[in-house]
Design a protein around this ligand. Structure first.
Ligand SMILES: [Zn+2]
Length: 359
């Protein structure tokens, strides 16, 4: 069963959006059980409502404690996934669903990482992939999509337009893999919570680079499912880190206002530069119910944070360093904190150190 994040409508069958209001759906799972077994993300298959069919050994990523600070700060290094970002967890689940249901073609709208992930898994599963990508996404990321043999469509008009083009494919019977439109994607991402629990227990705070709001929603959902099963008795506070240039979730959370689309957003944080956050409402509700908050970070703060992570031996893309940049701006540091380092710096090496700017 699925439930709308906006109006609460319950939908018995898989759909891409709420039939009443068009908002994103989340899976409401019955019959979950906590029986971790094996390695990687599918160690948690008893907590995931899809059978494993397409896997490239995603998940099982390192949790590294920062050495140069007194506080207990841990880096969850999601760049170690097969295509270099956390997206592979969700992709493994939605591609498994696509194969299970007999689809031969997949479409995705992406700011880069999602497209690369779906392209790779489609190649592996012998499915045709079509990737709609905004025109301003860096060439390095596009190169990765091409390398996996996917059909690439550059779209003027940003992520929203890319989503519109992808939905047209859906009407032609193509499977849609995008976060926020495919509720099963969240079911893969939530395994990060299970992994963190096994690696360190329940952290006090998790800081998440945030674009659509899907990752933050998912990590919160994972911890809440563990709580629902009585495995844990509390969940961490969830902190959203967004680029100051495009921070609709943080602004709506701060102003207690509806989500508003930012204008002409520009930032080196291309992976989280999403003007229309499909999981924004569920992310805000996760921030509120966990006692969390939202923080915005500038490009200069991101470049600093990339260098700081470099000192720990971790090369992060600018968006992935948003968690560290936000951590430095938190009003107080209480307890054990996880910084989600969502993607590898090899994704976008030029931007990672400030691009052509004189540093
Ligand atoms: Zn609805």
């Amino acid at each position: 069963m699925f439930r709308c994040i906006n109006c609460g409508t319950e939908v018995p069958e898989f759909r891409y959006a709420c039939p009443r209001c068009g908002s994103a759906l989340l899976a409401v799972n019955e019959g979950l059980s906590w029986r971790p077994e094996g390695a990687g993300m599918w160690r948690y298959r008893s907590m995931v409502p899809v059978e494993r069919r397409v896997t490239m050994y995603e998940g099982g990523t390192p949790l590294v404690r920062r050495r140069d600070v007194e506080e207990e700060v841990f880096l969850k290094v999601e760049g170690n996934n097969p295509t270099g970002s956390f997206k592979d967890r969700g992709t493994s689940v939605v591609m498994s669903d696509a194969v299970e249901r007999g689809f031969g073609a997949v479409a995705v709208a992406s700011t880069g990482n999602m497209g690369a992930s779906v392209a790779a898994y489609s190649a592996y599963a012998n499915l045709v992939a079509k990737v709609f990508i905004p025109a301003d996404v860096p060439d390095e990321k596009v190169a990765q999509v091409r390398a996996y043999g996917a059909e690439l469509v550059r779209v003027d008009g940003g992520f929203k337009e890319a989503v519109r083009r992808m939905r047209e494919e859906g009407e032609r019977g193509v499977y849609l893999a995008t976060t926020g439109l495919n509720p099963l994607f969240i079911e893969g991402l939530k395994t990060i919570a299970f992994e963190l629990f096994e690696q360190m227990g329940v952290p006090d705070t998790v800081i998440v680079p945030t674009g659509t709001g899907g990752l933050l929603t998912a990590i919160h959902k994972g911890f809440e499912e563990l709580r629902g099963l009585g495995i844990i008795d509390r969940a961490p506070r969830m902190v959203a880190a967004q680029a100051a240039a495009a921070a609709p979730i943080v602004e709506a959370w701060r102003d207690r206002a509806p989500l508003r689309e930012p204008k002409d957003a520009e930032s080196i944080a291309s992976a989280i530069l999403v003007k229309e956050p499909y999981n924004g409402l569920s992310a805000i509700s996760a921030m509120d119910s966990s006692g969390g908050l939202g923080v915005t970070v500038t490009d200069d703060e991101l470049i600093d944070a990339v260098r700081e992570l470099g000192k720990e031996g971790i090369f992060a893309e600018p968006s992935a360093a948003a968690s560290l940049a936000a951590y430095r701006k938190l009003p107080s540091h209480r307890g054990r904190t996880v910084l989600m380092v969502t993607g590898s710096g090899l994704k976008d090496p030029t931007a990672a150190l400030g691009g052509g700017r004189c540093m």
